[in-house]
Design a protein around this ligand. Structure first.
Ligand code: GDP
Ligand code: MG
Length: 402
């Protein structure tokens, strides 16, 4: 465990900036670091050389020495030049958010394909920079030791070897991908109703998965505890048929773009599903931003047309004033699509029967009808003229893409 200083920079009042740095701390712990201090700075724009200003850099350096820290972790992505300059200035390894996510994925990948994909993403990240923290990776690639720090000639040499390695990993991936598409075609022939859990990392997907299927999929207060998709049969008592339920990898803000591509296989599961259960941590203050991030990634992987049910999890953690009047209601997504929403506690069990009923209704096609009915303004409720808006009514809308 490396003792680490956490740094977050609020650049131009970004809406996703988390002044608590709690998520960065979780990423750090999940990557095997031990946060010992947190620093927050605010700038109009990142400094091109050091990302932070030189005064802030000196402050960080003093913290490094005071805490005998071995690493400094940034909540944002650093350019190769900023990272190199910071490592020189601070005298310790410097990592950014992207690196941490890649490290966690590297440690957690189980399948052959998953491992190759993470390795490729790491190599691509390395091909533009050499970083202290991953010097072991370069040596592994056959580089000549990095005694005294890498010189420019050394960097060129390592880059060439990284380039060759990238080529070989890509070739192996192509082969695995061809095998997978054969497997998928054979799965497409069977007719089960497929449900996928999606959501921001740590929302409680794996816990909910376990609660619904009584299986034991790994759940932990660590980011990305599970990477590979797990699928189980889910028996829907109400309608006497079964569906398949898949637990998938969580999404996170600034997930390295290369990694989204890399996890195409896992994410494809979501795009191919008949129904998405979008699990949300209802008690998280950044819930709105997290939901938006998930919707963005869903669109990116072509899963935005799949019908969704919003599952507001961690009901047990909500204050009395935050609790809804009804455990089940509907909510309009940004694109204007109205979806069912259910409050649950995957941990304590509230709302799970309602959720099962909603899944059963979706499987038999009656959910869309019921949603259309709830759109008509109910007596006694003043707001909501949604029913009079032709854009928002009808079962049609629920099934089509926004
Ligand atoms: P995932 O990353 O979405 O798969 O999340 P996990 O299922 O691994 O859960 C993340 C953390 O949230 C774990 O510590 C769970 O115990 C906790 N958790 C999950 N569901 C609930 C819930 O309904 N209530 C509370 N209080 N905690 C929950
Ligand atoms: Mg999980």
């Amino acid at each position: 465990m490396a003792r680490a200083i956490l740094v977050g920079v609020d650049v131009g009042g970004s809406s996703t900036f988390d002044p608590t740095l709690d998520e960065l701390a979780q990423l750090a712990e999940s990557a095997g670091d031990m946060p010992v201090a947190r620093v927050v700075a605010r700038r109009k724009a990142p400094d091109p050389a050091l990302f932070v200003g030189s005064g802030k850099a000196d402050e960080i350096k003093a913290l490094v020495q005071g805490h005998r820290a071995e690493a400094v972790l940034f909540d944002q992505a650093l350019s190769p030049a900023q990272q190199r300059n910071l490592e020189r200035h601070l005298g310790v390894a410097v990592a950014d958010r992207t690196m941490l996510i890649l490290e966690i994925f590297a440690a957690r990948a189980q399948s052959h394909e998953g491992k190759l994909q993470v390795e490729l993403a790491q190599l691509q990240y390395l091909s533009t920079r050499l970083v202290r923290r991953w010097s072991h990776l370069e040596r592994q690639r056959g580089g000549i030791g990095t005694r005294g720090g890498p010189g420019e000639a050394q960097i060129e040499l390592d880059r060439r070897m990284i380039g060759e390695r990238i080529k070989s990993v890509k070739e192996r991936l192509e082969k695995v991908k061809r095998q997978r598409s054969t497997q998928r075609r054979s799965r497409e022939r069977n007719q089960t109703f497929r449900v996928s859990l999606v959501g921001y990392t740590n929302a409680g997907k794996s816990t909910l998965f376990n609660a619904l299927v009584n299986a034991r999929s790994y759940a932990a207060d660590q980011l990305f505890a599970t990477l590979d998709t797990t699928t189980r049969q889910l028996f829907l008592e109400d309608v006497g048929r079964s569906a398949s339920l898949s637990d998938t990898v969580g999404f996170i803000r600034d997930l390295p773009h290369k990694l989204v591509e890399a996890f195409e296989a896992t994410l494809q599961e979501a795009a191919d599903a008949d129904l998405l259960l979008h699990v949300v941590d209802a008690a998280n203050p950044l819930l709105v931003e997290q939901m938006a991030e998930v919707q963005r990634v869903l669109a990116e992987i072509g899963a935005d047309a799949v019908p969704q049910v919003l599952v507001y999890n961690k009901f047990d953690k909500l204050e009395a004033t935050q609790r809804p009047r009804n455990m089940v209601d509907t909510m309009e997504l940004d694109g204007g699509v109205r979806v069912a929403r259910v409050f649950v506690s995957a941990l304590e069990g509230q709302g799970l029967d309602e959720l099962r009923r909603i899944i059963a209704e979706a499987a038999t096609g009656t959910l869309a009808e019921r949603l259309a009915a709830t759109e008509a303004p109910s007596p006694g409720e003043s707001k909501g003229d949604a029913g009079s808006d032709p854009q928002r009514t009808g079962t049609h809308h629920f099934h089509s893409s926004p």
